[in-house]
Design a protein around this ligand. Sequence first.
Ligand code: BGC
Length: 800
Amino acid sequence: MSKLLILTLFVTSGLLLEAQSQQKDMAMSQKIDQLIAQLSLEEKVSLCSGRDDWSTQPIERLDIPWIWMADGPHGLRRAPATNKAGYGDQHPATCFPTASALSATWDVDLIYKVGQALGDECQALDVNVLLGPGVNIKRSVLGGRNFEYFTEDPVLSGELGAAYINGVQSQGVGTSLKHFAANNVETMRMFMNSNVDKRTLHEIYLTPFEIAVTKAQPWTVMACYNRVQGIYGTQNPYLLTKLLKEDWGFEGIVISDWFAIIDRVEALKAGMHIEMPHVSSVNDEILLEAVKNGALKEAVLDNLVREILTIVFKAKSLDKEGVELKAEAHHAFAREVHSQAITLLKNDNKVLPISKKKYKKIAVIGEFATSPRYQGNGSSEVKPTQLDKVLDIIEKEYGKWVEITYAQGYKLNNDVDFSLIAEAVKVAADADIALVLAGLPLHYESEGIDRKHIDMPASHNKLIEEVAKVQGNTVAVLTNGSAVAMPWVNDVPAILEAWLGGQAGAGAVADVLFGTVNPSGKLAETFPVRLADTPAAFNFPGEQGDVLYGERIFVGYRYYDEKQIEPLFPFGHGLSYTNFEYTDLNVSASQITDKDVLKVTVAVKNTGEVLGKEIVQLYVSDKECTLQRPMKELKKFAKVELAPGESKEISFELAKRDFSYFDAKRNRWIAESGEFVISAAASSRDIRQTETINLKSTQQIPLMVDEYTFVKALWDNKETRELLKEMIPNWIGGWVPEGKTMDEANIPGFFLEHPLIKFPYITNNEMTHKDIEVLIEKCHGMTYLPSYKSFEDVENVSFE
Ligand code: BGC
């Protein structure tokens, strides 16, 4: 068969499949229209709430089925029945590492596979929609649900969320992207108002949702409990309709977080579909009444019902029969996943990995070695299919060539009991290396409760300090869902951040300690020295139901950069048992417009002796800008595996959005003309290579002028300057030096920094209030040139 023929067949069969699927969609949409015509008003209303805790409302008379939703995100918490809460009696399922661990892998392919495994388990346990992922930003290190969220960075969060969703949904199971939006505090979570300015909302808190929706189309989005700028997430038309549907093209349905609905009618008007769980028939009656009295148009209800049924039928059509829960295979996979997340924070004198040559006797210390902490508290709690323990695994898998001793070190139920430390110190002193397993006990990190401080229990800190005094080779192995303070950081040579590793995490910890796996995790959140150093320190958790996002866009590393604060360990940091060298950062052009795609390549080489993986981070810095901008922002990243001596070229593409800020006044993303620095980095504080490019904006942005526009803006713009020259020639003339033109007038900044409305007084009425109206009128249709400098700087830009 000729190549052409094969290609033709390939294309034709592709087109055929597409046509078939379009036909199917059309048939389904017709079927749904017919059903809507047959549904009574009461039935339509009932479809907009759950049937019980976990299922949607069926209408048996018309063969409308129900679907099952279950938590999420890092494993399946499926209740024994849809009308049971499912705490404690949930069906066993694989407990994967929680999101803060997953994010430390920075590995979109791996997270996609985790999603596939989760989707597969949903099929095995008859669940149609998995309630996750959570892509809320870790605004404060105290956030009670930080363990369940990915990171402090919007791009990383969005990309990982998209990978997770695509993975789950590849199995014919839906997801619920949560908690939309600006849900970053647990205190007063049902009422808290996230008082966040619009620019910050877009740049930091909405971006992860936008990326996840546009790249992965989750079947459902979960509206949050909190208010955003005063309006509940469940009844916020700007969020649910304008952004989600109209701007981002969301095709699924919005469900409420459990018991989040306050005003049922407002919620539906705003674009919410299903209230979860079923709360009471009173709520249905309210809705029914609203449709009857015209407060809610029946057409709006019909549309919501149409979208609900589309998802319900889609879910049912993708239901698979006879899928078995692959408990053993998924347990092994969970171990592999976690081994990619574990983050080596410090490794002085190459204390790790543990090798036969170096150590004969190992002291394993800490109750976590026998009672593992492996997930967080709250709705995400999975009942694992099995649970590994570090001490068992080390003894079983590595104990043949090494002698192992154990000391409990602390009591999990008493943070200030130091009575076990003396024995642990003895055991440590008697060994060649001490592994101290410490961190945060379960009750420290929980949905519904924020942390009050970032300290580990006093008994854990004291244990590490005392062991380090007698054992030079002390390794702190930490188990916690988010950052902790480490007062003993300089006393120990090695620190391994092991996160909340899920049911098979213990094996992964052993694999990394013993060098079977070379650690490759990097921090997706900054570890501060002290709470007072953190961005939201003054504004967390908020008070009287209101939390001010006072640090604005300076969240996470953006803040530490701006304040020049040295963190304990920076965002993006993580060591390996090998080293990587970065060379040859190249950009495809040094001059671009905002319509171009900039290709960036960098070579990374493994210069050490063992195979390893490096996470390459690409940051963009806007050198000068009209608005304040962070010193740098992560835009791209890649994880690459390299054999010793091997080198690979990594390539990235940067486009307009990667250079843009969100202009809240103009309600749009703007890539401003000027210089941008592109940095290839091993962490946010380890920049290896940089290149500078020049961007020329071609955006045609309407000039916005009103009586409060500052005269400086008009003076700096070529067209409007001409208007000023016409209107107030005498006043401007007063600032022109001898022999110079009006354009060279030295108008003092003091005057330019006044709004137009003040100019009648300033110009002694040369500009009247009437003139201001005329000027505003004349400015309509003019263009704002986004540039940090005056118009001369962008004069040569050619607009299309
Ligand atoms: C949580 C959600 C969860 C839901 C169902 C809520 O309290 O905020 O994340 O999916 O409960 O358990």
